[in-house]
Design a protein around this ligand. Structure first.
Ligand SMILES: [Zn+2]
Length: 272
């Protein structure tokens, strides 16, 4: 069933203000539809929320959902849950508008049920949603990242230990946003052996011959490096998460809020 959340565009053309101004409101609004995943919800007023979606074809979309928060006398609230997948319809004055879009319809397709069965899964999924919302631009299409996000939520929802699925997604996100570090060679002298430290500023590994001259750096263990270089046989999980989270924190200017819930800071300093 499709739930109407706000008046359709055809209804808004009948607004007296539009007629009085002598232009058709209709021609200035465009309606978009796409498959999307709910990344964030922020309360906006008594009844409305600002919702952040990752859509498949249009990238990140921020939209105001009127009446999504609770029912009013006139309207039944349509609860929109974090991390669910659905068909999204929204209207916007024009494509790539910087302003908030208006949510017009939401039809849930699926939920990742397993996410709510374990707290570690839920925190991991919320972390994944948080870094997606903060690392991507509005209206910047990343179909491959949408697919990676979907796959990651599916994996996390089934995982006993979800950190590995999070690492997989951190790599996909950094790749999609053009911020993937180089793990194959020292970013100062280009040698491929004796790699001992990671520098976010340099955008990758630093070897032990160059590290003394590098102020911003963190030590990285052999198993962690193997995992980041793509070895699936590596047993490191916490190390790769910590290094990528460190890099993401540098990109964002502060650490993602959920990072400590995925791996506590005491464990993040572990060199494995
Ligand atoms: Zn070097």
């Amino acid at each position: 069933m499709i739930h109407p959340l706000t008046p359709r565009i055809s209804q808004t053309t009948n607004q007296p203000t539009s007629r009085r101004l002598g232009f058709s409101y209709h021609t200035r609004m465009a309606v978009f539809t796409d498959t999307a995943i709910v990344l964030n919800r922020i309360d906006f007023s008594e009844t409305s929320q600002i919702l952040v979606f990752m859509s498949k074809e249009h990238g990140k979309v921020r939209a105001i959902g009127k009446g999504t928060k609770r029912s009013t006398k006139k309207r039944f609230a349509v609860g929109i849950d974090l991390l669910e997948v659905g068909y999204l319809s929204w209207s916007s004055k024009h494509e790539r508008s910087e302003t908030l879009a208006t949510l017009t319809e939401w039809k849930q397709i699926r939920m990742f049920g397993g996410l709510r069965e374990k707290l570690s899964r839920l925190y991991s999924a919320q972390y994944v949603a948080e870094i997606t919302a903060r690392m991507t631009e509005d209206w910047d299409p990343h179909p491959e990242l949408y697919d990676a996000l979907f796959a990651s939520l599916l994996d996390i929802g089934n995982a006993e230990e979800p950190v590995d699925a999070v690492v997989q997604y951190q790599l996909a996100l950094l790749n999609a946003t053009g911020s993937l570090p180089r793990f194959d060679a020292c970013q100062r002298c280009q040698r491929s052996n004796d790699l001992s430290h990671f520098s976010s500023f340099e955008g990758g590994m630093i070897c032990r011959h160059c590290e003394a001259g590098q102020v911003e750096k963190r030590e990285i263990g052999g198993e962690t490096l193997r995992r980041l270089q793509g070895a699936t046989s590596s047993t490191a999980r916490i190390g790769p998460f910590s290094v990528l989270n460190y890099h993401i924190s540098h990109q964002l200017g502060r650490e993602p809020m959920l990072a400590q819930k995925v791996v506590p800071s005491s464990k993040q300093r572990l060199v494995e």
